[in-house]
Design a binder for this molecule. Structure first.
Ligand code: BGC
Length: 803
């Protein structure tokens, strides 16, 4: 074949054009994150790169062997836990910060760095020491969430967030896996200490406050666990059967408040199913409600190993799968190829992640110091701890204790104070200040012989304690020391006694009624013998509760003179407790969850933790999955005080309750308008009528008209804490309600509706200590928000009703 001149020229032209294009392409720089538009970056990513970005880099489970080089990683079994294969990169790529919970993949050719996420709600959880490094990397253990909520002080909680956020940034982490705000549905919930309250307004307000504090430092949060994750029994798979209304009014409300008021960088979906489907696989939850209805701008990540179908999770809008394994990325690539996952959906998930990565300190190249101000943060932790402690009982002005008094300190946890709960919410702190040390610092004398007996007993008992077999669990508690023979002597020599009762719990298991919600025989015996001996000498006895969740108090509280609920107060716990016991700080905490008289009184007692079904034949038990199980939220919206108040059940200590060393009087309650027009304000004068400076919490409970819908007797709709009022000083507190605050969720209309009629406003200092009731009218019903039909139960739920 002979080429003519013309075609030859054409070929040359074509060839040179091709060379030019290739050359031009080679010349054209690749898009780079931060320099190019997000669209350009996403368009430049291959499907494989996208599938890598939306799946984390894996997790080095303590004790887990690395995958064998060159072999496809296999699932791993450690102590009965079968875990999916880990990504070899988790072992090969050095961690930016040692001991964090997870990382995302970097795509360096496009300028996308790997970001680091770490637990947990009460402080940054990273390894305190590193191989071949003499320095330490301890973190501040802040008080647990339940204590922070008990302060009812959002400004204080924001300050904790600022210190916390600074520590996260200075240790090089991008996103903290917290705060956690699941509702205290039942006192036995193993992770209740990590959560705020039985009430969604308190939970949501506290979450927004701490998120705003943390994120003011240029690092992100992950509010968790979204949603209806209220138990640890079979936590990875339990099917939560719950009505749409209870979801909206109780279990989603706190998240809604927090998203709208603080735009957390990320949200963590929960392990459980809701009405049959894993939360991470529910598009109605992750996309329709969270992103569309509430306007959430960040990305959603799964809880660790949560859900089971990577493609369904992507389709739901669960943007990132954590900790991630290569099989998930492979499944995503395959799904794009076979059309079960659209590129548009994958791109949307990738884009959400990139928007957050852009804000991260790692992307910005922040030079972290590894030297946060631990001293300053410990001071913040101590202040917050004292502000969230609750004085439950103080007969005959037993407290505060005067300086120089000699105190006999009983109870193991006085000497082995529990700073916070176990599992991922535990913090590697440098120390915990014990109670005797705190008392001594406050000028109160601790009886030395008794202290020595406890020290010896604890050393011996700890040596005998069985080693924990499970990554999450604390070893079993040490039984209380038998004080026979010691107590009489102490009652002679000391001026008063303190007994600390401690409880610990955490991720992976719920608490029990016997010997956990209730006191053990040894604890009852301790309280009895100390009280008998001290009371016989006319001396007082105070119990300090160092607990992470609600316990039974009604059967023993009459034996003692004072009770301080100190919760799990963080690393400065002993000092903070002493601040309150000595009167340096006047207690102003209030219960954010009810203390019932008996466990049977709890509205979910019959439905917690649900029921288990037989395992399919041949299926091996795996704690990572749990037994087939379901839990029915039969109590509907009647959670906590909503139930006790509506069904007239007297609690031991009601929601909102807490004493002070001074007294307050509420007066002059005024409502801004007799008829609701867009908003209504209620003002009240709070006067300190006692002898010590102190703070009071004003609480507003609303009773809505209920002709068409069964509604709780009253619901908390606003609250505010006063400043520190000197004796005789007053402050006017004004609380404002908007239309949304009057509304209930009507399932048949998929809408929030404020019914026409009379609204009764109760202003008080607890849910049952009401100073004054006022009312206003709503002339015409208002549909405050129209939503979408979602989360519909597949079975009928026989919910309790109050009519
Ligand atoms: C917990 C999460 C935690 C994650 C990472 C999970 O087991 O449920 O709360 O953030 O682990 O450690």
């Amino acid at each position: 074949m002979r080429l003519t001149q013309k075609p030859m020229t054409a070929l040359l032209v074509l060839l040179s054009a091709t060379v030019l294009t290739v050359h031009a392409q080679a010349q054209k720089p690749l898009p780079k994150l931060g320099k190019s538009s997000l669209k350009e970056v996403v368009n430049a990513m291959t499907v494989e790169e996208k599938a890598k970005l939306v799946v984390g880099m894996g997790f080095k489970m303590p004790g887990m062997p690395p995958p064998v080089k060159g072999e496809k990683p296999k699932p791993i079994n450690i102590g009965g836990f079968t875990l999916p294969p880990s990504d070899p990169e988790a072992y090969d790529v050095p961690e930016k910060v040692v001991g964090t919970a997870g990382r995302t993949h970097a795509i360096l050719r496009l300028g996308i760095p790997s970001i680091t996420v770490s637990d947990g709600p009460a402080g940054l959880r990273i390894d305190p020491t590193r191989p071949n490094d003499k320095r330490t990397y301890y973190a501040t253990a802040f008080p647990v969430a339940t204590l922070l909520a008990s302060s009812w002080d959002t400004a204080l909680v924001k300050k904790v967030g600022v210190a916390f956020g600074n520590e996260i940034r200075e240790y090089g982490v991008d996103v903290i896996l917290g705060p956690a705000l699941n509702i205290h549905r039942n006192p036995l919930g193993g992770r209740n200490f990590e959560y705020y309250s039985e009430d969604p307004l308190v939970a949501g307000s506290m979450t927004a406050a701490i998120v705003n504090g943390i994120q003011s430092q240029g690092v992100g949060t992950s509010i968790k666990h979204f949603a209806a994750n209220n138990q640890e029994t079979n936590r990875n798979s339990v099917n939560t059967i719950v009505s749409e209304r209870a979801m909206r009014e109780i279990y989603l409300k706190g998240f809604e408040i927090a998203v709208k008021a603080s735009q957390p960088w990320t949200v963590m979906s929960s392990y459980n199913r809701v009405n049959g489907t894993y939360t991470s696989e529910r598009r109605d939850l992750q996309t329709d409600i969270l992103k569309r209805e509430w306007g959430f701008k960040g990305f959603v990540m799964t809880d660790w190993f949560g859900g089971h179908d990577a493609v369904a999770q992507m389709n739901a809008g669960n943007d990132l799968l954590m900790p991630g394994n290569p099989d998930q990325s492979d499944a995503i690539v395959a799904a794009v190829k076979d059309g079960t996952l659209t590129l548009a959906q994958l791109d949307a998930n990738v884009t959400r992640m990139l928007k957050i990565i852009l804000k991260s300190p790692t992307f910005k190249g922040y030079k972290y110091s590894d030297k946060p101000d631990l001293k300053g943060h410990a001071a913040v932790s101590r202040t917050a701890a004292a502000q969230g402690m609750i004085l439950l009982k103080n007969d005959g002005a037993t407290l505060p204790l005067a300086k120089g008094k000699k105190i006999a300190v009983f109870g193991n946890t006085s000497y082995a104070l529990i700073a916070g709960g176990t599992g991922s919410g535990d913090v590697h702190k440098a120390y915990t200040a014990m109670l005797p040390q705190g008392l001594a610092n406050a000028g109160i004398k601790v009886q030395p012989e008794l202290a020595k007996s406890y020290a010896d007993y604890l050393v011996e008992a700890k040596a005998k304690q069985p080693k924990s077999t499970n990554f999450f669990m604390a070893p079993p508690p040490i039984p209380e020391m038998d004080v026979t023979g010691l107590v009489e002597k102490e009652a002679d020599g000391a001026d008063a006694a303190i007994i600390t009762i401690g409880r610990n719990a955490g991720e992976g298991a719920d608490r029990k009624v016997e010997n956990d919600f209730t006191l053990t025989d040894a604890e009852k015996a301790l309280i009895n013998s100390v009280s008998n001996a001290f009371h016989a000498k006319g001396k007082k006895v105070v119990v300090v509760l160092n607990i992470g969740g609600v316990i039974e108090v009604a059967s023993w509280r009459d034996s003692v003179d004072g009770i301080l609920l100190a919760w799990q107060p963080g690393l400065e716990g002993g000092n903070a407790i002493a601040d309150v016991l000595s009167g340096k700080v006047n207690p102003s905490g209030k219960l954010a969850s009810t203390f019932p008289v008996a466990y049977q009184d709890v509205p979910s007692a019959k439905n917690f933790p649900g029921k288990e079904f037989p395992r399919p034949a041949g299926q091996q038990p795996n704690p990572m999955v749990g037994a087939p199980s379901e839990v029915v939220y039969q109590e509907g919206v009647y959670v906590g005080y909503r139930y006790y108040d509506s069904f007239k059940i007297k609690p031991a200590y009601e929601f909102g309750y807490g004493l002070s060393y001074t007294k307050f009087k509420l007066s002059d309650v005024k409502v801004s308008t007799p008829e609701f027009k867009g908003s209504v304000s209620i003002s009240v004068t709070v006067k300190n009528t006692g002898k010590a400076a102190g703070k009071e919490v004003v609480q507003l409970y609303l009773t809505a008209p209920n002709q068409t819908l069964d509604k709780p007797a009253q619901e908390l709709k606003a609250f505010a804490k006063t400043g520190l009022l000197a004796p005789g000083q007053s402050q006017v507190v004004t609380l404002t309600l908007h239309a949304g605050d009057l509304a209930s969720f009507y399932t048949d209309k998929s809408a929030w509706v404020a019914d026409a009629g009379e609204y009764k406003v109760q202003i008080g200092t607890s849910s049952r200590e009401i100073a004054k009731s006022v009312s206003f009218k709503l002339a015409k019903e208002i549909v405050t928000e129209k939503t979408h039909k979602s989360l519909t139960p597949q079975v009928a739920i026989e919910e309790v009703i109050n009519k």
